[in-house]
Design a protein around this ligand. Structure first.
Ligand SMILES: NC(=O)c1ccc[n+]([C@@H]2O[C@H](COP(=O)([O-])OP(=O)(O)OC[C@H]3O[C@@H](n4cnc5c(N)ncnc54)[C@H](O)[C@@H]3O)[C@@H](O)[C@H]2O)c1
Ligand SMILES: O=C(O)C(=O)C[C@@H](O)[C@H](O)[C@H](O)COP(=O)(O)O
Ligand SMILES: [Zn+2]
Length: 392
């Protein structure tokens, strides 16, 4: 596979294209100039892990395309998706004299994409943003759809804006430097897409999981899976850009998942927490007679096959307190997303007191499934030639 393998059109109020392929980092400058024709300056925002790996070809390409490029780097991690980082980016944009014609490039995972996208949405009341996702999670989900945000003391994504990018450029070559854990985390959102909209994809993933091993063996297949995921998200976002209704389905697993993330002090990945949230809500939906019995176990098995753990330490009461900040809450009701089977989901407006019970039942079932998964997991492979006395 070389260069752009897939180009998807996203028909939002301001349409844009998603490019998926290899050797695309070198084309960021050219693509950015084509979608922000009057841009003379570009501010590339990245984090401390991604910058040293991938900033150079992006900066060179922008300068080569006639766009004076500068770089702002912040410390990697969810704990930096905060107002201080937003402030750093905005001050740097002003210092570099970016004008309304210029462009902010988000080079990194979902954290970089969310905070840089929010900076683009607010700098001079909004300038162009190009998303260059470098994690699987950012490629299949966060770079597309225009949700931008930072976290506040009281919870995830509590300040943000809807601000669609002008282009998304997913160079799948970047996935090779992710750790297995970071790669697996993206699969949480992949499994989510399959559950809410695509039973066939779910079954394909059951047969052949999306793993780092598949990445090594078949990059084209991975690119195809990324395109398929974006297509699922595209179909929803095009119908409901501002999340008036349908788009809430993309939040499956997130009411509890975001609560777990915060209650665990952001030590677990977003995708892993969404996985826990999906199994919890699916389990509680079975109890309520809304969902076929085999769904929670199938989902738990698929997540485990993708290297995602369902284990968590947080107390359910604390998860509930954090989950009350959910944006799908309105007064005393919260719109929960419940699976109706594999490949279909629905909104279930639920009284907030009832949500507490659902969360507790769901998390108890998830803990039980997590323990089961631990007991059935194959023992780690042993090397027959290894010295039994040597330390690991
Ligand atoms: N806006 C949306 O629609 C949306 C959707 C889903 C998730 N999110 C948000 O996305 C965030 C999670 O995104 P994420 O999982 O990408 O996290 P992340 O951005 O923190 O990236 C995970 C880690 O991988 C590193 N990294 C990134 N690319 C790399 C590469 N190619 N090689 C080596 N290391 C690399 C990062 O530095 C970081 O340490 C959360 O804040 C979540 O709320 C937003
Ligand atoms: O794009 C969407 O819509 C989503 O809900 C995608 C989610 O995977 C993502 O985590 C999103 O940032 C959550 O949004 P929030 O509105 O719950 O903050
Ligand atoms: Zn998510």
């Amino acid at each position: 596979m070389t260069a752009s393998a897939y180009t998807l059109d996203i028909q939002t109020a301001q349409p844009y294209q998603v490019h998926i392929g290899t050797f695309l980092l070198e084309q960021v400058g050219q693509i950015a100039r084509s979608v922000a024709e009057r841009a003379r300056r570009a501010l590339v925002v990245t984090d401390s892990n991604v910058g040293p790996l991938y900033a150079a070809p992006v900066l060179d390409g922008l300068n080569g395309a006639g766009c004076t490029a500068s770089l702002v780097t912040f410390e990697a991690g969810e704990e930096h998706k905060r107002i201080e980082t937003l402030s750093l980016i905005l001050e740097r944009a002003a210092l570099d004299h970016l004008t309304r014609d210029d462009v902010i490039i988000a080079l990194g995972g979902g954290v970089v994409g969310d905070v840089a996208g929010f900076a683009a949405a607010t700098y001079m009341r909004g300038i162009a943003n190009v998303q260059v996702p470098t994690t699987l999670l950012a490629m299949v989900d966060s770079s597309v759809g225009g949700k931008t945000a930072i976290d506040l003391e009281n919870g995830k994504n509590l300040a943000g804006a809807f601000w669609q990018p002008r282009a998304v450029i997913a160079d799948v070559g970047c996935l090779g430097t992710l750790s297995d854990e970071q790669f697996a985390d993206g699969c949480g959102e992949v499994v989510k897409h399959a559950i809410i909209a695509d039973a066939e994809l779910f079954e394909e993933l059951e047969r052949t999981p999306l793993t780092p091993d598949l990445l090594k063996r078949d990059l084209s297949r991975v690119a195809w899976l990324i395109a398929r995921n974006i297509d699922i998200k595209r179909a929803v976002v095009e119908q409901d850009e501002r999340e008036a209704g349908l788009r809430k389905l993309l939040n499956f697993g997130h009411s509890i998942g975001h609560g777990i993330e915060a209650a665990e002090g952001y030590r677990l990945g977003h995708g892993a927490c969404v996985g826990i949230g999906m199994v919890a809500i699916a389990s509680a939906s079975v109890t309520a007679g809304l969902c076929p019995e085999d769904v929670p176990e199938r989902v738990a098995r698929l997540l485990t096959a993708h290297g995602l753990s369902l284990a968590f330490e947080a107390d359910p009461g604390e998860v509930y307190r954090e989950a009350l900040h959910d944006k799908k809450r309105s007064g005393d009701t919260i719109d929960l997303v419940v699976p109706r089977g594999i490949g279909a989901a629905a909104l279930a407006p639920t009284p907030i007191e009832e949500f507490r019970r659902i969360l507790e039942v769901g998390l108890a079932c998830t803990r039980a499934l997590a323990e089961e998964a631990c007991q059935t997991a194959p023992a780690p492979a042993t090397d027959p030639d290894a010295d039994p006395n040597s330390r690991p």
